[in-house]
Design a protein around this ligand. Structure first.
Ligand SMILES: C[S@@+](CC[C@H](N)C(=O)[O-])C[C@H]1O[C@@H](n2cnc3c(N)ncnc32)[C@H](O)[C@@H]1O
Length: 199
């Protein structure tokens, strides 16, 4: 049985995200991807940037099976088998160091505690020149940046009232508590943003 899952949004966002990652990641960076989902991003980015070592992860066993299957099918060597990481858990990733942590489309599709856990873990795990990269929909100053994001927010909250499009300022404040500062907010297609945090 082929465990590979596909997400239609990955085909749309992977090239714009790749353009940003090529610029912000060091060529030989050790990257931890949080919430890898299907695993399509992991194999796409690792194949496009062969100097990187890419560590995917997801708390969901079906997602990890999909990630592993995409890795097998791709035959590329610079992606490791997926880890089971839930960023809401205490002390996740203990004892490891990475040059970058990448979280695509997780912050709004998880309880706020996940963002607090992501930023705390990034503060612990990232090397001195490390980068935290997040991608998704965000509000600015408490306001949606597009009507499509407003309806997306309502849809998310119907799925789970703890989910929702976050204020960029709240994410920035959470990261700052762990010594990470928002250096860039890059406009992406479909009213998404790339956020780049560094020490
Ligand atoms: C919408 S999917 C995005 C997957 C992938 N990054 C993408 O863009 O296609 C959200 C992912 O967040 C993961 N997730 C939810 N809560 C999480 C948590 N507390 N820690 C880590 N990952 C989490 C889910 O398992 C799911 O794979």
């Amino acid at each position: 049985m082929d465990a590979r899952q596909t997400s239609p949004s990955v085909a749309r966002n992977r090239d714009p995200i790749l353009d940003v990652l090529r610029r912000v990641l060091a060529p030989r960076a050790r990257v931890l991807e949080i919430a890898s989902g299907t695993g399509e991003h992991a194999v796409y980015f690792a194949a496009a940037m062969p100097g990187l070592s890419w560590q995917p992860s997801d708390p969901d066993p079906a997602a990890r099976a999909s990630i592993a299957a995409w890795i097998d099918a791709s035959g590329i060597a610079n992606v490791s088998p997926p880890l089971a990481i839930d960023v809401s858990s205490e002390d996740w990733g203990a004892g490891r160091t990475f040059d970058a942590i990448v979280a695509i489309n997780m912050i709004h599709i998880s309880p706020w505690e996940a963002t607090l856990g992501l930023t705390a873990g990034a503060g612990r795990l990232l090397s001195e020149r490390g980068v935290l990269y997040t991608y998704g929909a965000y509000k600015r100053g408490g306001r949606h940046t597009a009507p499509s994001n407003e309806s997306f927010d309502a849809w998310l909250k119907e799925r789970d009232p703890r989910f929702g499009v976050r204020d960029i300022e709240d994410v920035e404040a959470a990261a700052k508590q762990h010594g990470l500062h928002l250096r860039e907010a890059i406009e992406m297609p479909a009213n998404n943003l790339s956020l780049v945090f560094r020490r």
